[in-house]
Design a protein around this ligand. Structure first.
Ligand code: MRU
Length: 344
C-alpha cells in the first residue's frame, strides 16, 4: 500500500498507527492498529475521532487486513462491524459502502486497497477546496468562534471549519479565534487549542456558556463549525452545543456557517429528524477522565443525559461551505445539497 501521513494517522509498510487523541494535549502517544477490535475501541473512546478521520482510519484498516491475507468473508465482517462503530457521522457509512462495492470487483483485493487509499488522498484535496471557498468569505481582523475540533486531527488534511480558519490566517487576514471548550469531552479545549497553538493562530479559550455574552458584547464576527451529517434539506448534526450557537448567532445577527466535504452529505436523510444521534456514557457528564486521572464531581449515581450531537435546522444557517462551493438557503432549497451528494 501507499504510505499515508497526516496529523493523527500514519500508514507505513502496511502498518497503521493512530495518534491517541484522548491523551492530547498532554501526551502525544501513537498506537498501532492492526485489528478491528482495537479500532472499534479507539473510535468508542474518541482516541480517533472526527467524521472524516474515523471513516479514513476504518477504510485503511480494512485495506491493511487485506494485505495481511484476510479472506473475503473476514473482510465483509470487518466492514460490517466498523460500519456500526459510530452512528451519527455518515462519512463512515459512505466509506464502508464504498469498500463493500469494491468487493464486487474481479480483483477485489486491489480494489479495496485502491478505494481506501483514494479516501485518504481525496480528503486532503477536499479540505483544501473548502478552505479556499471559506477563507474568501472572511474579512481582515475577524474574530471567529468555533466549536469542537474540525482540524487536522479530524481529517486527513487541514480540516473543515478549522481548515477555513487556518487558510484565512495563512492569508494574513489578522483573524483571531474564540475556541469553545466543548463540554463534555473538551475537544475544543484539548484539541483545537492544541492545533491553533501549533499553527500560531491567535485564539482564546472560553467555556461554552461564555459564547452568548461575547456575542452580546460585539466581540464575535462569525461562527464557523463542522458537521457529522448534513440532511438533504440542509439541517445538520454536529457536536452537542452547535445548535445553541446557531440560535445565538441568529439573535445577534451574526453569520453562521457549516463547513463539510460532500462525503458528509446524506441525501437519504430528508431532514435532520432522520439523523441518528449517538448517546454516550453517563460518566462523561458526571466528571472527567484524563491524563491526570478520573474526577467525578456529581453524585456517582446521578441520572445523566449525554447526547453526543445535536441538530441545527437549515433556517439558522447563513451558508453551507462545501468542497464544491458556497451555498445559501435558496441554493439548498433548489436541491444543491442533493446534487453535491451524488458525487459521494
Ligand atoms: O465526537 P467527535 O469529537 O468525533 O465530534 C466531532 C465533531 O462534531 C466535528 O465537528 C465533526 O466530526 C466534523 S470534523 C471535520
Amino acid at each position: 500500500m501507499n504510505d499515508c501521513d497526516c496529523l493523527a494517522l500514519r500508514l507505513s509498510d502496511d502498518r497503521l498507527q493512530l495518534l491517541d487523541q484522548a491523551q492530547l494535549p498532554h501526551r502525544e502517544h501513537w498506537f498501532a492498529v492492526d485489528d478491528v477490535d482495537t479500532l472499534i475501541e479507539a473510535i468508542h473512546a474518541l482516541r480517533t475521532r472526527g467524521a472524516p478521520m474515523i471513516a479514513i482510519a476504518a477504510a485503511l484498516l480494512v485495506a491493511v487486513r487485506v494485505t495481511m491475507g484476510d479472506d473475503r468473508d473476514r473482510i465483509v465482517v470487518a466492514i460490517e462491524r466498523l460500519h456500526a462503530a459510530r452512528p451519527t457521522a455518515v462519512n463512515l457509512a459512505h466509506a464502508m459502502d464504498g469498500l463493500r462495492a469494491a468487493l464486487g470487483a474481479p480483483d477485489w483485493r486491489a480494489a479495496v486497497i485502491d478505494c481506501a487509499e483514494r479516501l485518504f488522498d481525496d480528503d486532503r484535496a477536499l479540505c483544501d477546496a473548502m478552505a479556499e471557498y471559506g477563507a474568501a468569505l472572511i474579512d481582515d481582523g475577524e474574530r471567529i468562534l468555533t466549536h469542537c475540533n474540525t482540524g487536522g486531527l479530524a481529517t486527513a488534511g487541514i480540516g473543515t471549519a478549522l481548515g477555513v480558519i487556518r487558510r484565512a490566517h495563512e492569508q494574513n487576514k489578522g483573524i483571531s479565534v474564540w475556541v469553545d471548550e466543548t463540554r463534555p469531552l473538551l475537544q475544543g479545549g484539548r484539541l483545537t487549542a492544541w492545533e491553533l497553538g501549533a499553527l500560531g493562530v491567535p485564539y482564546q479559550l472560553i467555556t461554552d456558556n461564555m459564547a452568548a455574552s461575547f456575542m452580546a458584547a460585539g466581540q464575535v464576527d462569525r461562527i464557523i463549525v463542522g458537521a457529522d451529517r448534513i440532511a438533504a434539506n440542509g439541517d445538520f448534526a454536529n457536536k452537542i452545543g452547535t445548535y445553541g450557537l446557531a440560535v445565538l448567532a441568529r439573535y445577534h445577527e451574526l453569520p453562521f456557517h457549516v463547513v463539510a466535504p460532500h462525503t458528509t452529505l446524506d441525501a437519504d436523510c430528508a431532514t435532520g429528524a432522520a439523523i441518528p444521534i449517538e448517546q454516550r456514557a453517563a460518566a462523561e457528564v458526571r466528571g472527567v477522565s484524563g491524563a491526570a486521572g478520573d474526577l467525578c464531581w456529581a453524585p456517582a449515581d446521578a441520572p445523566v443525559a449525554n447526547p453526543a450531537f445535536d441538530v441545527t435546522p437549515a433556517q439558522l444557517i447563513t451558508s453551507w461551505i462545501l468542497d464544491t462551493g458556497v451555498f445559501d438557503a435558496a441554493d439548498v432549497a433548489a436541491g444543491a445539497l442533493r446534487e453535491a451528494a451524488s458525487a459521494a
